[in-house]
Design a protein. Sequence first.
Length: 409
Amino acid sequence: GEDYKYIKKILGYFLCLTLLITCKDKNGHEGHGTENEDYYTCPMHSSVTSDRPGVCPVCGMDLVKKSNGSGIADEAGNHENMLHINEYQQRLANIKTDTARIKTMALYNTVTGTVVPDETEINTISARAAGRIEKLFIRNPGEKIEKGVPLIQLYSEQLLADENDYLNTLKNREKFGTQEKRINEFIEAARQKLVLWGLTDTQILTLEKSNEVSPFITFYSPVSGYITQLKVREGQYVNEGDILAEVSGLETVWVEAQFYQDEYLLVKNSPQISVAFEAFPNEEYTGEIVFYNPSIQQNSKINLVHIRINNPKEKLKPEMMGYVQVKQSEVKTLTVPKSAILSEKMRTIWVQIQPGMFELRMVQTGIENKHEVEITEGIKEGEIIVVSGVYLLNSEFILKKGNAIKHQH
């Protein structure tokens, strides 16, 4: 009996040991199957997975091998606002980083201005005598013209009379005989009347040869530039001295802006004033004050200011709107490039925690300029932030974890 009990006990121990080994081996294989087996996924569409190589049905890219046992990926999965992407995905998304730095930022006040012609470059075309506008060769202000092109044709009976007077003086030259000096004086006097009309040497020579008078005089542009004012219409009668048109070169222009007195005190001491234009967002123009005219409007002192800007490519045209930047103060503060900021429901930044690991952070921002933004809360100096590919990172985050960022405490 005792031997039987002993043998039974030994068999029991052996059975338990067998079961333990079997369970341990089974669990080890299960863990290997869920954690350490490789699988394949699309670099751009992480929801697409396969247990074998292939191509993504969404975009056609080759699937890349990944491991379920990645420690970094596990860490990202355990943090609600973190995202892990491998080097290949970073290259595809063009991920680039920069460092949050303390910089001096200027606080600007922006004043709207308008491009107007530089008054020192305006050429005025006036009627040399009374007459009727017979023809306009240009129709619209703003047209670009070249020097010497016809602008306006004027009909004048006075011109007809002066041309006849000149031709008759030439014909009567022989009657004066020996009084050549006197007749030449008459001829020159008659010729000067035509010159005052605006006739060129070529036109006067043509008149002499053809012996045909015309009541029409054509005015030509004295310079290359733009029609800034067209003050007449066809059929209109004008008096001597009336302005017909204005032509201005645009190699320099003025930006006209209005400043309150405190703003003017800031801008008048600036050696260079910055002006930006929506039409050319990647270009910055600088100029200097050439004129100001203080006036009183609604009990406030307003200063009308003209800022001269070089415009060698003539890209700036009259009536174009610009934004004059008036520096008010400077402050040393934590800044990041503007491209790092995601502005959707809230302002966020992607911070690189370690290679391949990124954290989405809510931030508070302060002043900003064309290129940089002040950060008042959310990141620290020296942290590495993403400045390129932020929207692709955000799309991957939404795909994996949903649209809601969890508040940091």
